[in-house]
Design a protein around this ligand. Structure first.
Ligand SMILES: [Zn+2]
Length: 139
């Protein structure tokens, strides 16, 4: 029985590993827009929803039941959207990696089972297990 086989990952897993080995800034959360009232006397935003100021962009993320949000400048919006998209892609790559590695794991198991069956047919002698003292039936 071979003790160690060279475990070369299938090409698909190697490709995923290369992708995953190139980290980039990313964040869990989402970018949203909001319109605000300014609170200045006489400004129509106080009464007219259409006259509210904005859009203001925030990035929000739920953390332990709380929503944390933070305002973004126009320049930050572009960057943050890219970071959020990177996170989505990363999640997909991780899922694909799990799937590919589990398929690979199944293949490894199947290979082991096949070689075991081959060996089992050849080897006839069974080792007698030492007798143990145990009660035959419960009293
Ligand atoms: Zn206003």
């Amino acid at each position: 029985m071979p003790k160690s086989t060279s475990m070369t990952p299938p090409p698909r897993i190697q490709a995923l590993a290369v992708t995953l080995s190139q980290p980039q800034p990313m964040r869990r959360g989402s970018v949203s827009q909001r319109w605000m009232k300014c609170g200045k006397a006489g400004c129509p935003c106080a009464t007219d929803p259409e006259a509210r100021h904005g859009p203001y962009f925030t990035v929000t993320r739920g953390v332990k039941g709380r929503t944390s949000s933070r305002y973004l400048s126009a320049e930050q919006v572009v960057i943050t959207r890219r970071q959020v998209e990177a996170a989505h892609a990363f999640r997909k790559q991780i899922a694909a990696m799990w799937e590919a590695c589990e398929t690979w794991a199944d293949e490894e198991l199947q290979a082991a089972s096949a070689s075991h069956l081959e060996g089992g047919e050849k080897g006839g002698s069974r080792r007698r297990s030492p007798r143990r003292l145990r009660p035959r039936s419960h009293g």
